[in-house]
Design a protein around this ligand. Sequence first.
Ligand code: ZN
Ligand code: ZN
Length: 218
Amino acid sequence: MTARGAAELPLRAAIVPVTPLQQNCAILWCTATMRGAVIDPGGDVARIRQALERTDVVPERIVLTHGHIDHAGGAAELAEALSVEIVGPHSEDKWLLDSLAVSGAEYGIPARPCVPDRWLEEGDIVSIGEVAFEVLHCPGHTPGHIVLVNGGLNFGVFGDVLFQGSIGRTDFPRGDHETLISSIKTKLLPLPDDFSFLCGHGPMSTIGHERANNPFLR
Ligand SMILES: [Zn+2]
Ligand SMILES: [Zn+2]
């Protein structure tokens, strides 16, 4: 996950691709406590629960980066099954969470609307076991998109804001290209080159790789 050996890492991750859109649902856990969180359970809830059982992780919460169907569609069902809370995204994505059943029908993804137990804002802290992540509000792909960053580990979860070689789409309702570029340039690019991050789709990357190669950030 980073340049350091896996044995010293206080945090581990397992990726479960979900929905026909192959969204990277991530199970993140703290190795000291084996307590964890499920990030963006867009669907395929049975597959996510199997992955949880294989890892022996005790899930404490579900975290949503934004309200799109492929990230949030399975959140209500999984929260109920695991008896855990849902935190995030920013309340600017409430309209998306309210209409998950409708967008699910459009995409052929079974989904229920969900109501988070806590909305997230810039500067909030989300704990995964003993590991604390800071919340950054990064609108543009959706108005309420948040990302999680941990400066000590140089690791983050960026959802659909920034990908390896690409950026989030802005042709969906309330997407805005200028706002997305501004979010990336003011909130993410100040992070160090060796900062690595999980993406909502496709492989992981680092800030340095995107700074040097991403054609959308020139
Ligand atoms: Zn999205
Ligand atoms: Zn997505």
